[in-house]
Ligand binder design. Structure first.
Ligand code: ASP
Length: 325
């Protein structure tokens, strides 16, 4: 039986204030999201796998400087970039991930190669780069990840205490230095990208990629590359990609919890995702959201912040994109 294929993507969740976003910036985000949804939808329309669709969508999100992943990744406290990505195939429960890579152009492609060509699930730092090099993936000079917007954001974050959640203009506004009046443009501050899809063969897949949190300590790894926390897929339940305060998503095993609630207590996709984002994560001050699809083609995109760059596209239909609540 053929299912109606669908893809959903996100470009990060957080304090995205309508008042702080120019119409021009808003248009750019909508255009980027719908262009990428179109590309993912084409893969599915051609009979491609959910795994191929999410990999392609996340690759394009990584190449787009608007989002905190790949090219547009945020800076670490050391002024460098450390990128994390993961991918999971709901048909086989195979998964691949890399973290702390600094020169791999598209971390999601490295994660995909791990899934396909390694007996392991996750590689880190130098080992991940050696694996990616052996796989013939494209490498870039670390300066490729330098964008002026992220650099300015980092300079401001360095004046504040600790890390700045990539999500939160309010965080910066609340901690900015005396005399420093302009809070960081919220349109530039959000982190992590992801995609989930259901293909016409009834299989689901998920992929997540991030630069992490602005001014994070070198070596810090968040939820994005962790299977079960930032990414999960199982044909029997759903596919999930998360964005938010990574440490809380790790402690809650947020992505897997959506799947587990469906499997163990028979929750619907929507009820399970809502419970994780609106009830469980807030208990430990977890802020952010997730995108999820199930094998019936249901889609849900809940978030507990002001906004989340997001959208979905069913094959043959016009993509729907949104930013605010
Ligand atoms: N979850 C990501 C991390 O903690 C950040 C984000 O989604 O903005 O690395």
């Amino acid at each position: 039986m053929k299912t109606t294929a669908v893809i959903a993507i996100h470009g990060g969740a957080g304090t995205i204030l309508r008042t702080a976003m120019s119409t021009e910036a808003e248009t750019q985000y909508h255009a980027a999201l719908s262009g990428i949804l179109h590309a993912g939808e084409r893969v599915l329309a051609d009979g491609g796998s959910a795994l191929d669709a999410v990999t392609e969508a996340v690759r394009l999100l990584e190449d787009c400087p608007l989002f905190n992943a790949g090219h547009g990744a945020v800076f670490t406290a050391a002024g460098t970039h450390e990128l994390d990505a993961s991918v999971m195939d709901g048909a086989t429960l195979e998964a691949g991930a890399v973290c702390c890579v600094t020169r791999v152009k598209n971390p999601v492609l490295a994660a995909r190669r791990v899934l396909e060509h390694s007996e392991h699930v996750m590689f880190t730092a130098a080992g991940a780069e050696a694996f990616a090099a052996a796989q013939g993936l494209e490498f870039v000079d670390p300066s490729y990840f330098h964008t002026d917007a992220r650099y300015r954001q980092w300079l401001k974050a360095r004046g504040t205490e600790g890390t700045m959640l990539d999500h939160d203009a309010a965080t910066f506004a609340a901690t900015r230095l005396p005399g420093e009046h302009d809070p960081i443009d919220p349109s530039k501050k959000f982190g992590t990208v992801g995609a989930v899809a259901l293909d016409m063969h009834g299989h689901v897949a998920a992929a997540t990629s991030t630069g992490g949190i602005t001014n994070k300590q070198a070596g810090r790894v968040g939820d994005a590359p962790l299977i079960g926390a930032g990414c999960y897929a199982n044909d029997a339940t759903c596919a999930v990609s998360t964005t938010g305060t990574g440490e809380m998503f790790m402690r809650m095993l947020a992505a897997y919890d959506v799947s587990a609630q469906m499997e163990y207590r028979g929750a619907t996709l929507e009820a399970a995702a809502h419970d994780v984002v609106m009830t469980r994560l807030p208990r430990i001050d977890g802020r952010g959201g997730l995108i999820a699809v199930d094998a019936k083609g249901n889609v849900t995109l809940p978030f507990n912040t002001e906004g989340m760059y997001r959208g979905f596209a069913r094959v043959g239909e016009t993509p729907v994109t949104a930013i605010y609540r």
